[in-house]
Each structure stands twice: as structure tokens, then as C-alpha cells.
Design a protein around this ligand. Structure first.
Ligand SMILES: O=C(O)c1ccccc1N[C@@H]1O[C@H](COP(=O)(O)O)[C@@H](O)[C@H]1O
Length: 209
């Protein structure tokens, strides 16, 4: 098994360097102001310069204005857009860029429907549902709601940590895992050791499978 790893919500140069050094496949930058992990375009440009070839740079948006996404794309060399709100398939597809859609899972059948609705995406990210927040909640959900048959790459997110990620990978067998809060020492502040432990744990479980 070769489960890819995205470390999301990076705001500091040293955290980007640590994630890259530990073997992250993707780095996520949050362009959503209410988030404690939100970065400005200026910050994002500086962080992007630290991301080497063959590590993907992902921009996370929640119900963004088209003008804002365009402004980010003009200045930040994103490889992939992550839409984590209520964006429609046509909207996600309208930037001429590769994208993934995140959905917040709370009932059976939702993931199958999203596979069909967002089939033009490069992957479907499944996260925990929360009544008040779009993501980054640190909560997980019932992984039994995830179908075994998948028509596109499935990215598992929501409450992952170095303690539970091996079980998650073994049970769900996702294309990739995505973590934010689980590699932080406090809200919005990444912890280099937790980043490294998380990545090591995914690599360990993948090797044994
Ligand atoms: O990180 C955020 O603040 C955030 C805000 C709004 C939408 C999504 C957000 N983060 C994404 O949420 C999931 C799960 O995060 P966690 O590991 O449970 O903290 C992940 O994809 C983050 O990238």
C-alpha cells in the first residue's frame, strides 16, 4: 500500500520545511479567513517558495468569491484547489485547474452521490460533519460509511493523529490521508515532532501491508 500524505494548514516556513523533510506528498495552505490557519496571499507566496518539485501545493478554499480564487492563482503557484464548502461541481471545474472536493459526512449514501456529482475532480476528500464549522474540527466520523468501491481517489480526513492513522489506513485503505489539527500543539500552531510522527506512522503501516 502507498497512502499519500497531505499536511494541511501550514503557516510557518519551518513547518513547511519539516513536513517536506519528513516526506509529505502535499502541503496545504488555507485561504479561509475565519480559520486559525488562514494565510494571506503574501504569506502563501513565501511559503510556496519552500516547496520543492514533486511535492504538491494545495490551496484550501471555503465558498470563495471567484475573484479571490483568481487573485490567489495569479500569485501563488498552486498545484491543486481544495474546495471545502458548498461549491457546485461546475464552480469547482471553472478555474481550469485540477481540484478536489471535500464533503462532510454524516449519513449513508452521501459519498456515493459525491463520487457521481464531483466526478470531474482529481479526488474526493471525506471529512467529519460539524453543524458550525466547515472543517479543521479535529473530529473523526464513522468510517463504515465509506464504500469499498470507489470511482475516484478517496482522501480521508477528520480527526486523524499519529495514534489513530494506522488503524484508519488499514480499515479504509484511502488513496491519501489529510491532517491538520492532529499535528498541532495548540489551535493553528503546528508541532514539528507531531508532523514527523504522523508521517512515520503512515509510512510504517504502508510498509507492513
Ligand atoms: O483547517 C481549517 O481550519 C479548515 C477550515 C475550514 C475547512 C477545512 C479546514 N481544514 C481541513 O479540514 C480537514 C480536517 O482537519 P482536522 O485534521 O480534523 O483538523 C482537513 O482536510 C483540513 O485540511
Amino acid at each position: 500500500m502507498n497512502t499519500r500524505i497531505k499536511i494541511c494548514g501550514l503557516t510557518r516556513a519551518e513547518d513547511v520545511d519539516a513536513a517536506v523533510a519528513a516526506g509529505a506528498d502535499a502541503i496545504g495552505l488555507v485561504f479561509y479567513d475565519p480559520s486559525p490557519r488562514s494565510v494571506t496571499i503574501k504569506q502563501a507566496v513565501a511559503l510556496a517558495q519552500r516547496v520543492p518539485a514533486f511535492v504538491s501545493l494545495v490551496g484550501l478554499f471555503v465558498n470563495p468569491d471567484r475573484e479571490f480564487v483568481d487573485a490567489v492563482l495569479q500569485q501563488v503557484p498552486l498545484d491543486l484547489l481544495q474546495f471545502h464548502g458548498d461549491e457546485t461541481p461546475d464552480y469547482c471545474n471553472s478555474f481550469g485547474r485540477r481540484w478536489i472536493k471535500a464533503i462532510r459526512v454524516r449519513e449513508a449514501g452521501q459519498i456515493e452521490k459525491a463520487f457521481s456529482d464531483y466526478q470531474r475532480g482529481a479526488g474526493l476528500l471525506v471529512d467529519a460533519w460539524d453543524p458550525d464549522r466547515y472543517g479543521g474540527t479535529g473530529h473523526s466520523f464513522n468510517w463504515q460509511l465509506i464504500p469499498e468501491e470507489r470511482s475516484m481517489p478517496l482522501i480521508l480526513a477528520g480527526g486523524l493523529t499519529s495514534d489513530n492513522v494506522s488503524g484508519a489506513v488499514q480499515q479504509v485503505r484511502p488513496w491519501a490521508v489529510d491532517v491538520s489539527g492532529g499535528v498541532e500543539s495548540s489551535k493553528g500552531i503546528k508541532d514539528i515532532k507531531k508532523i514527523s510522527d504522523f508521517i512515520k506512522e503512515v509510512h510504517r503501516v504502508c510498509k507492513t501491508d
